[in-house]
Ligand binder design. Structure first.
Ligand code: ATP
Length: 311
C-alpha cells in the first residue's frame, strides 16, 4: 500500500501544481483580457447593469462536462438583485459548476443564464467577468508581494485601497506581522500562507474588485469559528452597502441560515428550495443534512478535493 500510495501522492501534488498553474493562467488571461475557451459573439454587447444591482437567473440549464454524463439536468432559479442565495448539496452535485457557467468558462448544452435580463451568451466575456467577484475555496497566489496579490482584484487600486480591503477581510493585522509587511513575497517561492489566510487574501481581492455580484465557493471553510463569524458579518455589510447579489456555496449552517433562499441540489436537480426556517419544517433532505451541518460534518460537499476552484 505504501509503495502504491507514494507515487499516487506524488502524482496528486503534481496534478495540484498543474491545476494551480492553470488557475493562475486563467486569472492572467483575465487580466490581459484574453479568454481561453469561450469566444464572444461578433455582435456581443457590454453587460449593462441597472443601478439597483444585478438579478441572476438560471433558466432550464442543462450541462455536463461530457454530454453523456449530465451534471445539471434542468436548473431553474432566480436570485433577485441584492439578495443572497445559498447552494447546498452532496459533493460532486454541481455547485461549483454553477459558478463556472455563470463565469462562462462553459456554456450550457441547453437553457440559459441571464444577468439583469441579458443572456450571458450575448455579452462580452470581459464585461461579464468584470461584474463578478469570486472567492474560491482554494486560492491561487502569485509569486509576488502580498500587496500585488491583493491588487489583482483591481490592478490600479491605491495602497490605501489595498489596506482598506485587507482590513475588511481581516487579514491586515496578520500582514503587518510579516517580515516585510505588504511587500512580503508570498506563493510557491515565497512565504506560504495558511488556507485561511489565502481565503482572506482572496476575499480582499474580491472586496477591492467591488463587483455587484459575488460568488463565495466554500469561501470561509478554512477559518475558525470566531474568525469566520467576524468575516461573515463584514461580508454582510459589504454586500448590503453595494446592494450586491450573492451566491454562497457552503457547508456550515451559520454561512447559509440567513440566506434569502437556500437551494438544495441533488442528482442534477433542485430537490428543495426555500428559507432556512421553512426548509427545516419540511421532512426533507435539508432538515436531514442540517443537523450534520451543525456538527460541522461534511454532509453537503465539503470535500478535500480541489474541485471547487474555478479552473
Ligand atoms: P464539491 O462539493 O465536492 O466541491 P460540487 O458540488 O461543487 O462538489 P462540481 O465541482 O460542480 O461539484 O462538480 C460536479 C461534477 O462534475 C463532479 O462529478 C466532478 O467530478 C465533475 N467535474 C468537475 N469539473 C470537471 C471537469 N473539468 N471535467 C470533467 N468533469 C468535471
Amino acid at each position: 500500500v505504501f509503495q502504491l500510495s507514494l507515487p499516487l501522492n506524488f502524482l496528486g501534488s503534481v496534478y495540484r501544481e498543474l491545476r494551480q498553474a492553470l488557475i493562475d493562467m486563467e486569472t492572467m488571461f483575465n487580466l490581459q483580457g484574453v479568454h481561453a475557451n469561450i469566444k464572444d459573439k461578433p455582435d456581443a454587447k457590454l453587460l449593462q447593469l441597472t443601478a439597483h444591482g444585478a438579478e441572476l437567473r438560471f433558466e432550464n440549464v442543462v450541462f455536463g462536462y461530457h454530454p453523456d454524463r449530465p451534471i445539471l439536468k434542468g436548473i431553474n432559479f432566480v436570485v433577485p438583485a441584492g439578495k443572497k442565495v445559498a447552494v447546498v448539496g452532496p459533493s460532486g452535485c454541481g455547485k461549483s459548476t454553477l459558478l463556472r457557467l455563470l463565469f462562462r468558462f462553459y456554456d450550457p448544452q441547453s437553457g440559459n443564464v441571464y444577468v439583469d435580463n441579458q443572456n450571458i451568451r450575448d455579452v462580452t466575456v470581459d464585461s461579464l467577468r468584470s461584474h463578478i467577484g469570486v472567492v474560491p475555496q482554494e486560492t491561487a497566489l502569485f509569486n509576488t508581494t502580498i500587496k500585488r496579490n491583493i491588487q489583482y482584484g483591481r490592478v490600479n487600486a491605491s495602497d490605501e485601497e489595498v489596506i482598506q480591503a485587507a482590513k475588511r477581510a481581516q487579514i491586515h493585522d496578520a500582514i503587518m506581522k510579516l517580515p516585510d509587511q505588504y511587500e512580503t513575497k508570498v506563493g510557491e517561492r515565497g512565504l506560504m500562507l495558511s488556507g485561511g489566510e489565502k481565503q482572506r487574501v482572496a476575499l480582499s481581492r474580491a472586496i477591492l474588485k467591488g463587483s455587484p455580484i459575488m460568488f463565495f465557493d466554500e469561501a470561509t471553510s478554512a477559518l475558525d469559528t470566531h474568525t469566520e463569524q467576524g468575516l461573515l458579518s463584514n461580508i454582510r455589510s459589504i454586500l448590503h452597502e453595494r446592494g450586491g447579489t450573492s451566491i454562497f456555496v457552503a457547508h456550515r449552517l451559520r454561512t447559509i441560515a440567513d440566506a434569502d433562499e437556500i437551494i438544495v441540489l441533488k442528482d442534477g436537480q433542485i430537490a428543495e428550495q426555500g428559507r432556512h426556517e421553512d426548509l427545516l419544517k419540511r421532512d426533507g433532505i435539508y432538515r436531514h443534512i442540517s443537523w450534520l451541518m451543525t456538527l460541522g460534518a461534511c454532509a453537503t460537499g465539503a470535500s478535500t478535493s480541489t474541485s471547487n476552484s474555478l479552473a
